[in-house]
Design a protein around this ligand. Structure first.
Ligand code: AP5
Length: 215
């Protein structure tokens, strides 16, 4: 199964990808995670991406497409994948179509996680990440007793992503509106879009996604 999870920052793409990985045995390919990994390693690509990410803007298409091309060629992607945070604009979607056409492996579905702006804002300001294992928590919804340390990493600290600061969140949401939202019409026209209500608890949203994929 080859699917794209589409949605605004904080709509739950990462959270739901983790569940899909377990349920379908296919890898999550998150351009955000790949870029953060490159930054943490201090690679040239990571350094190039830093300024755009810190400003809440998109990293340039050439960098992201090079990264995706490399990732899709790894053996674990042969039976399918979940694209999380990619494509992010029309040129990226067109480049993905060309890549998958070469491989004769078209997308099966694009799942849009639909959510109110106010909820997005609260989810993003409340998100915390384990600095050791990158597990995602939320100060509003995680189980009491887990915060402010990761329950799996012997007390490692939970930190806030730089781009989850209030001043950057607004910019990321603007970028979503201007550059990513046009993908909704693009994938509707292609007959691939499945819209899912993402304003519910994690398990309910997951069930909504599974129903949408099965259609
Ligand atoms: P990226 O990492 O992709 O960020 P994003 O798309 O903004 O998405 P997020 O990771 O913020 O949110 P999410 O939808 O995964 O939500 P999550 O599950 O964590 O990109 C970061 C940056 O990298 C971009 O700004 C850009 O600079 C660059 N970049 C990445 N891809 C790019 C591309 N293709 N092209 C160019 N540049 C690119 O959930 C959020 C919070 O809500 C968590 O705390 C979670 O616990 C909580 N939560 C989730 N679901 C629920 C629920 N159902 N109920 C209650 N709480 C929930």
């Amino acid at each position: 199964m080859r699917i794209v999870l589409l949605g605004a920052p904080g709509s739950g793409k990462g959270t739901q990808s983790q569940r899909l990985v377990k349920a379908y045995g296919i890898p999550q390919i998150s351009t955000g995670d790949l870029l953060r990994e490159a930054r943490a390693k201090g690679t040239e690509l990571g350094l190039r991406a830093k300024a755009a990410m810190d400003a809440g803007k998109l990293v340039d298409d050439a960098t992201v497409l090079g990264m995706i091309r490399e990732r899709l060629s790894l053996p674990d992607a042969v039976n399918g994948f979940i694209l999380d945070g990619f494509p992010r604009n029309i040129p990226q979607a067109q480049a993905l179509e060309a890549m998958l056409a070469d491989l004769r492996e078209p997308l099966d579905a694009v799942v849009l996680l639909n959510l109110d702006l106010k909820v997005l804002f609260k989810r993003l300001t409340g998100r915390r990440i384990c600095e050791n294992c990158n597990r995602v928590f939320n100060i509003y919804t995680s189980l009491p007793g887990t915060l402010p340390h990761c329950d799996q990493c012997a007390g490692a600290r939970l930190i806030q992503r730089d781009d989850d600061k209030e001043e950057v969140i607004g910019k990321r949401l603007d970028v979503y509106e201007a550059q990513t939202k046009p993908l909704i019409s693009h994938y509707t026209a292609a007959g691939l879009l499945r819209t899912v209500d993402a304003d519910a608890d994690v398990e309910t949203v997951f069930a909504n996604i599974q129903r949408a994929i099965a259609k």
